[in-house]
Write a protein that binds this ligand. Structure first.
Ligand code: HEM
Length: 359
């Protein structure tokens, strides 16, 4: 139960218990760098006034509820639902573009053409942000995930800091001219907090869904019979067995125990979300992808408790639109390059999925 200095929790019951228990387990370590960042990389970040004060996922203070409520309004069910026609149109145009290129004999990087485009465009629309260059945002967000959750060498950490720092500075500038929830946050909690919230949202609010889509589309090309089910049911099983966030952390607040296992104040607890979804008793066939099976929605892909993901409805809707539009095409495709994951504690970090039409 202890591995590499962390307490590891993998059963569904205990994972849910730890995530939901704010009295004993804090979310304050959620964004702590897994590989300590060396001084020169920290200096590079500081040069761009990079700061990550407690705002959303890492906020165990009294301000969490208010900040969450402010962004909760942005991602409120009615706002997300109102995006559906636009999102369907975007997914349809994207799928048509992929189909056209495939038919022309091209091998298509679906990660770049589909998975990277749709979630970022939807997030930008909801937040009222202008995103001209998807590739640039993706480079920054992948760099942030590698810097904070990956295993980069000190040299690589310096490179990553040189990507993340300047982008954070641009977010700070954007925050200053923002409106809506970001503006309200700026007025109440100051520039550092508003920028940090935006930083987290821009990374977690699209990179998760992108990585999920790439992994799920790969699975669907390999097992096209899954496409016989409704897209929503396929996505739920995907979230249960291929969650893009494989683990999430909490920190122990006071000496206590997890189901009789003693843990000390200050220890990090790694909640293994991917294992929890496949745990015995969660679904009828826990290890097998069976869209629509009983228990399919009981996964913990979006966490649990006070910090449960604010974007669950949005990411489900995005994935559903993409899968529905690509469904006729996928059974006619074959894999040229399958996604391979980089080492990372919490994120899948798949390499591109490249497809071509079957000969
Ligand atoms: C498949 C896609 C996604 C997955 C699997 C995912 C997963 C998660 C997880 C595991 C957490 C931590 C929950 C906890 O601590 O208990 C989280 C938090 C969060 N997610 Fe997501 N997420 C996804 C997409 C999104 C999107 C699209 C957005 C926004 C547009 C978003 C916004 C947030 C926010 C704001 C938090 C922090 C909430 C808080 O601390 O109160 N996520 N997400």
């Amino acid at each position: 139960m202890r591995r590499d200095g962390q307490v590891v929790v993998s059963s569904h019951r205990l994972a849910r218990q730890v995530l939901a228990d704010r009295e004993r387990f804090s979310a304050a370590n959620a964004l702590d760098a897994v590989t300590p960042i060396p001084t020169d990389a920290l200096r590079e970040l500081a040069r761009h006034r990079f700061r990550l004060p407690a705002t959303l996922a890492n906020n165990d203070t009294d301000s969490h509820e208010r900040i969450r409520a402010a962004f909760g309004e942005v991602f409120a069910p009615a706002n997300v639902e109102a995006l559906r026609p636009w999102l369907t149109g975007l997914a349809r145009r994207t799928a048509a573009g992929v189909a056209w290129r495939l038919r022309a004999g091209e091998a298509v990087d679906v990660d770049a053409a589909v998975s990277s485009e749709v979630p970022l465009a939807a997030l930008a629309r909801l937040l009222g942000m202008e995103v001209e260059a998807t590739a640039e945002v993706k480079q920054f967000s992948r760099a942030a995930l590698e810097l904070f959750w990956g295993e980069p060498s000190p040299e690589r950490q310096r490179e990553l800091a040189a990507l993340v720092g300047p982008f954070h500075a641009r977010l700070r500038a954007w925050t200053a001219g923002s409106s809506g929830a970001t503006r309200a946050m700026l007025d109440e909690y100051g520039e550092d907090a508003a920028t940090a919230a935006l930083f987290f949202l821009l990374v977690a609010g699209q990179e998760t869904t992108s990585q999920f889509l790439t992994l799920l589309l790969h699975r669907l090309v390999e097992e096209p019979e899954l496409l016989g089910a409704a897209p929503a049911a396929v996505i739920e099983e995907g979230l249960r067995l291929l969650p893009p966030i494989t683990s999430w952390r909490r920190v122990v607040k006071r000496d206590t125990d997890i189901d009789g296992f003693a843990v000390r104040a200050g220890e990090s607890v790694l909640v293994w979300l991917a294992a929890a979804g496949a745990d015995e008793g969660v679904a009828e066939c826990p290890m097998k992808m069976v869209p629509g099976q009983r228990g399919s929605r009981r996964h913990l892909a979006f966490g649990a408790g006070a910090h449960r993901c604010l974007g669950s409805q949005l990411s489900r809707m995005e994935a559903e639109a993409v899968v529905a539009e690509l469904a006729p095409l996928l059974p006619r495709c074959e894999v040229v390059a399958a996604p391979v994951s980089d080492p990372n504690l919490s994120f899948r970090m798949p390499s591109p999925l490249v497809l071509r039409l079957r000969g």
